[in-house]
Design a protein around this ligand. Structure first.
Ligand code: 5GP
Ligand code: ZN
Length: 113
């Protein structure tokens, strides 16, 4: 996708702080963090969102990356939240599938941090 910012980040064309990377996925720090730890886990291939025909192997790679990020950023012990904003009602602003990984403080009991 030519005009997709996350495609460009995945390809290394736009800089980002990379927390984890493998053949399928990349995890970066969010530019505008909403918690002490706020990572974005995304496939390197472009999918609009989590219901855009994403192969199960890609979804598995993303969940694996969540675990790697949680471990390396110290979130594993105290817990964290994973969010996939999907479509306009959820406020998805970048239409390249990504999981938000949020933690490093008490996020409360609600779904919205
Ligand atoms: P969404 O609202 O689509 O679920 O989340 C998009 C996220 O991407 C936002 O949290 C926003 O701060 C982050 N973001 C947007 N542009 C960039 C960028 O160029 N670099 C990084 N690291 N994060 C970005
Ligand atoms: Zn993209």
């Amino acid at each position: 996708m030519d005009d997709c910012i996350f495609c460009k980040i995945s390809a290394g064309e736009i800089p980002a702080t990379v927390l984890y990377e493998d053949d399928d996925v990349i995890a970066i720090e969010d530019l505008n963090p909403q918690a002490p730890v706020h990572a974005l886990v995304m496939p390197k291939a472009h999918y609009d969102n989590i219901v855009d025909g994403v192969p199960a192997t890609t979804l598995a790679s993303m969940v694996h990356a969540v675990g790697e990020v949680a471990a390396s950023t110290g979130l594993s012990e105290r817990g964290f939240r994973v969010i996939a904003n999907t479509g306009s009602d959820a406020g998805q602003t970048v239409n390249h599938l990504h999981l938000h990984v949020l933690g490093g403080t008490s996020l409360g009991e609600g779904l919205i941090p």
